[in-house]
Design a protein around this ligand. Structure first.
Ligand code: URP
Ligand code: ZN
Ligand code: ZN
Length: 458
C-alpha cells in the first residue's frame, strides 16, 4: 500500500515548506515537489499543514485506583488520541508494592495489546526499590521502557523517600534511563489536609488549597538537588505553577540538566474552576492542582523560552457520575485526574500559535518532536523525514469546532474544556501510512497500534 500526500505545507520543529510526501511500507520514502510516483491512494493537502503525528508522553489509560479504573481503556483512549492528532502515547505502568517491574510491564502490555489504535510505549512507576530490585531497571531498559517515574507525593501509596529517589537516579546515571519526577511535598500536604478536614472543609476547592504552589516548588528543588548529586538528567512532570517553574529556570541557568513538561489544563484552566457549584468543581480535581490564573502567562513564557520543553496531557479521566462523585462529602475521595488526550493539539494551536504566544515550529516541537527526542522515539517518530514512520496529520488551520463531551471521543461524561471554540483541526491522520482518521471520520483499527521499544534518552 502506497500513499501520496500532495501539496501540503510541511511543518516540522524547524522547517516550513510546500512539498509532496510519498509513503510505502509504513515509512516516508520520498519528499519533494511534484514527485513522479504512482500511489494506491492520493491525499490532497493543498492549503493544509502536514505535521508529524502528536506524541503524548503522559497518559493513564485503564489505570487502577482503589476499586475503580480511569474511564478510558487503551481502545477508547487511543482512538480519541487519534481524533486529536496524536499517533503515539507513552502511558504509565505501575510497579505496585511487592511486584517486580517485569510483571507490571506484562500487565500493562496486556491492557494495550489488541486494543491500542495508535502506537504506544510505557514508563515504569517505581513504588519501592530494594537492592535486589535494582537490576529490574536494567531489564526495563532492555525491554524498551527507558524512563521511570517516582512520586514525592501520596504518602503510603506511591510516595518514595529521598534515599529511594537517589538510588533510582544513581542507577539511571549508570544505565541511561530518564527519571521523571512527580514533584509535590507529600508530607507537608498530608499535614495541611488533616488540619483542613478537621475544620470540616470538604468541598473540591480544598483539594487545591491543601496543595499550595510552595509544596510543588520545594519538591522541584529537592528533585534538582538529588539529580545533581546523582549527576543525572531529571524530567519534572506536570509543572503547574510559576513557583515551580522558577526553580527549573534557576537550575537550567546553572546548566543543570533538567527538563520539564506542563499540560494544557495548567495553561487554560484555573483554581476558579474548582469553585463551580453543584460539586462540578470535582471535574477539575487534578494533581498538582489548578493554580491562580496569573500562572498561565508565566507557563506560556516558560514554553516560549524553552524552559518547559514538552506539553503532554496527563490524561487520567474519571466520570463525573459514578466516579468523581465518590468524593461528594470529602474531597480526598475524589479520584484525581482529568481528560484531555483528544484536545491537546487543538488547544495549543488555537491558544498558542493563533494567539501568538508561540510560533508554529514551536508548536510542533512541544507536541511531537521534543517528546519524541527526549523519550527515545526520534527520528522514527516526531519528524517528517525520509525513513521516519509515516505518522502524519493533515491539519486544517482554518476549520473551527467547539469542544464538548457531546461530540468528543473520550469515554468520559464531561469535558474540562466544554464550550471552548478552537480554530485548527486534525482533518486526516495517518499511522504508519494507514489513514486512521479520514476527513474527521474514524477509519482505523483497534489493535493496530504497536508497542514501541524506546531507545534511551538522547
Ligand atoms: O491528577 C492526576 N494528575 N492524576 C494522575 C496521576 C499523576 O500524578 O500524574
Ligand atoms: Zn504525577
Ligand atoms: Zn499523570
Amino acid at each position: 500500500m502506497s500513499v501520496m500526500i500532495r501539496n501540503g505545507r510541511i511543518v516540522t520543529a524547524d522547517e516550513n515548506y510546500i512539498a509532496d510526501i510519498f509513503i510505502a511500507q509504513e515509512k516516508i520514502t520520498a519528499i519533494g515537489v511534484g514527485l513522479p510516483y504512482q500511489a494506491n491512494r492520493i491525499v490532497d493537502a493543498a492549503g493544509k499543514y502536514v505535521i508529524p503525528g502528536g506524541v503524548d508522553v503522559h497518559t493513564h489509560l485503564d489505570m487502577p485506583l482503589g476499586n475503580i479504573s480511569s474511564s478510558d481503556d487503551f481502545e477508547t483512549g487511543t482512538r480519541a488520541a487519534a481524533f486529536g492528532g496524536t499517533t503515539t502515547i507513552i502511558d504509565y505502568a505501575t510497579q505496585s508494592k511487592g511486584m517486580r517491574m517485569r510483571d507490571a510491564l506484562s500487565v500493562w502490555r496486556k491492557k494495550a495489546e489488541g486494543k491500542a489504535c495508535v502506537d504506544y510505549g510505557f514508563h515504569m512507576i517505581i513504588t519501592e526499590l530494594p537492592d535486589d530490585y535494582l537490576n529490574d531497571m536494567d531489564e526495563m531498559i532492555d525491554q524498551g521502557v527507558t524512563s521511570f517515574k517516582l512520586f514525592m507525593a501520596y504518602p503510603g501509596v506511591l510516595m518514595v523517600d529521598d534515599a529511594t529517589i537517589l538510588k533510582a537516579m544513581k542507577k539511571a546515571a549508570e544505565n541511561g534511563g530518564l527519571i521523571c519526577m512527580h514533584a509535590e511535598d507529600g508530607n507537608k500536604i498530608e499535614a495541611i489536609v488533616k488540619k483542613t478536614i478537621a475544620q470540616g472543609k470538604t468541598l473540591p476547592i480544598y483539594h487545591a488549597l491543601t496543595r499550595p504552589p510552595a509544596s510543588e516548588a520545594e519538591a522541584v528543588q529537592r528533585a534538582i538537588d538529588l539529580a545533581k548529586e546523582a549527576d543525572v538528567p531529571v524530567y519534572i512532570v506536570h509543572v503547574s505553577s510559576q513557583d515551580a517553574l522558577q526553580k527549573i529556570i534557576e537550575a537550567r541557568n546553572k546548566k543543570v540538566k533538567i527538563f520539564a513538561e506542563t499540560c494544557p489544563q495548567y495553561l487554560f484552566l484555573s483554581i476558579d474552576d474548582l469553585e463551580k457549584p453543584d460539586f462540578e468543581g470535582a471535574k477539575y480535581v487534578l494533581t498538582p492542582p489548578l493554580r491562580e490564573k496569573w500562572n498561565q502567562d508565566k507557563l506560556w513564557g516558560g514554553i516560549k523560552n524553552n524552559h518547559l520543553q514538552i506539553v503532554s496531557t496527563d490524561h487520567c479521566p474519571f466520570n463525573f457520575h459514578g466516579q468523581k462523585d465518590l468524593g461528594i462529602n470529602d474531597f480526598r475521595k475524589i479520584p484525581n485526574g482529568g481528560p484531555g488526550i483528544e484536545n491537546r493539539l487543538h488547544l495549543l494551536f488555537d491558544g498558542g500559535v493563533l494567539k501568538k504566544r508561540i510560533n508554529i515550529n514551536q508548536w510542533v516541537a512541544i507536541i511531537s518532536t521534543t517528546p519524541a527526542k527526549l523519550f527515545g522515539l526520534f527520528p522514527k517518530k516526531g519528524t517528517i523525514e525520509v525513513d521516519s514512520d509515516a505518522d502524519l496529520v493533515i491539519w486544517d488551520p482554518n476549520k473551527t469546532h467547539t469542544i464538548s463531551s457531546r461530540t468528543h471521543h473520550m469515554r468520559v461524561d464531561y469535558s474540562m474544556y466544554e464550550g471552548f471554540k478552537v480554530q485548527g483541526f486534525a482533518e486526516t491522520v495517518l499511522l504508519r501510512g494507514e489513514v486512521i482518521i479520514n476527513r474527521g471520520e474514524w477509519s482505523g483499527r483497534s489493535g493496530r497500534g504497536r508497542f514501541i521499544k524506546r531507545n534511551k534518552y538522547a
